[in-house]
Ligand binder design. Structure first.
Ligand SMILES: O=C(O)CCC(=O)C(=O)O
Length: 259
């Protein structure tokens, strides 16, 4: 199965410009590589212009637009995440669509990143499983800072996830954390991690790119640098079961010992 990661710059607080950029990237990537799955970065419609969310957050247009794109291109579309306005506030939400344009899951980021003031502007997501299917395999999604909470990735793995997507806007100077945590989550849960970060500047932050695919053994199958680019990787999801048979971590867990 082919997975395309779109590592893009995001125009600060300019949703229309960003939608056009996504449309262009998507068309190019799909025509060139014919992927089965395409993944975008976090909050690709607005960037971290949190103070202007009332003006710029999506009010219900983008989910329908992403559904159409999934159908037009016949892809599983992991729509990164978008800033959206709901009746009770703003959320940072991932929508995933099947190739026939149906929504298969939506997940709003639960852990809010104080270093970038998320708790002042965004509501935490509701507690429900971000699990969905890609063919016969279970997949899950989390968003950026969620990566620091091994419990979430472990819950997805315990629910059967073979692959977890991590759309992000992860800034410098923590590139070393990004790389180490992605590998750690893949190794400890013996699953694929497909992580899509943005590049460029926004507000006071410079984002570090290095989107990558990590396999269940912890090897980085492919990694981008710090420029706008896309990456298409062939992933054999059956590798998860092979690794889990080799070192049967999930059989050897002793939940009673974990206080
Ligand atoms: O955890 C980090 O260092 C970065 C997290 C982040 O930038 C985010 O959640 O948007």
């Amino acid at each position: 199965m082919k997975f395309s990661l779109i590592q893009m710059d995001i125009a600060y607080g300019q949703p229309e410009k960003n939608r056009k950029q996504v449309e262009d990237h998507l068309g190019r990537v799909v025509e060139q590589h014919r992927p089965d799955v395409v993944v975008l970065p976090e909050m690709w419609n607005t960037g971290y212009d949190l103070q202007r969310l009332d003006e710029i957050a999506d009010r219900g247009d983008l989910p329908g637009w992403m559904a159409e794109k999934a159908k037009e291109w016949g892809i599983v579309f992991v729509g990164g995440s978008i800033a959206e306005k709901r009746a009770n506030g703003f959320y940072n939400t991932t929508y995933v669509y099947s190739p026939d344009g149906n929504e298969v899951v939506r997940y709003s980021k639960v852990h809010r990143f104080r270093l970038m003031d998320e708790e002042k502007y965004l509501q935490p997501g509701e507690r429900r499983s971000p699990l969905f299917s890609i063919g016969e395999f279970a997949a899950g999604s989390m968003i950026c800072y969620d990566l620091r909470f091994p419990e979430l990735a472990r819950s997805l793995a315990l629910d059967g996830a073979h692959i977890v997507f991590v759309p992000a806007e992860w800034p410098h100077p923590r590139l070393n954390h990004w790389r180490a945590l992605l590998q750690a989550r893949a190794i400890e849960n013996q699953m694929f991690i497909v992580a899509v970060n943005r590049v460029g500047k926004g507000g006071n932050h410079t984002f570090c790119g290095h989107s990558m695919v990590v396999d269940p053994w912890g090897s980085i199958l492919a990694e981008m640098k710090e420029e706008e680019a896309s990456l298409t990787v062939d992933i054999d999801l059956e590798e998860v079961d092979r690794v889990r048979r080799k070192i049967p971590v999930f059989k050897d867990r002793i939940p009673d010992c974990y206080f």
